[in-house]
Design a protein around this ligand. Structure first.
Ligand code: SF4
Ligand code: SF4
Length: 130
């Protein structure tokens, strides 16, 4: 989901001086972990390094913290003219520069965090298996 909008340098450039957090992740919508399969998938995601499960405006996502290879050393887009549509649609007026982590309803970065939520929300606990 959401990627940035790199603008040409000018005094009005809202991206000027930003370290481009919007170009440093991938986020894909997932199902809320109500059903066993969705719960298992969400638990699997958060066992991985730099992967979290997040909720934004009530929608669940898997989030991968990984920088775009087209970001240059000055935090500008190297393929600005032909950047993907998802980058073009990213709202610079409501972006990560000001909101960062605070924009999410919930962020689960570990299995322990997610299991705690699953217990509190669904009264569900993992069973020990051999
Ligand atoms: S986070 Fe916002 S200000 Fe920073 S580069 Fe992305 S769109 Fe521009
Ligand atoms: S293609 Fe450009 S605008 Fe899109 S994520 Fe990469 S650096 Fe950012």
């Amino acid at each position: 989901m959401g990627k940035k909008t790199k603008k040409r340098k000018s005094k009005a450039d809202p991206c000027l001086g930003c370290d481009a957090p919007c170009c440093r992740y991938i986020m894909i919508e997932i199902d809320e972990p109500e059903e066993p399969e969705d719960r298992d998938a969400a638990r699997w995601y958060v066992t991985h390094k730099s992967v979290s499960v997040r909720v934004l405006d009530g929608t669940w996502y898997v989030h991968f913290s990984t920088p775009c290879l087209k970001l240059d050393g000055d935090n500008r887009c190297k393929v600005y003219e032909v950047r993907p549509k998802i980058c073009r649609k990213h709202p610079v007026d409501a972006c990560e520069r000001s909101e960062r982590e605070e924009c999410y309803d919930m962020v689960f970065s570990s299995l322990e965090q997610l299991d705690k939520y699953l217990y509190e929300e669904y009264d569900w606990k993992p069973r020990k298996r051999k």
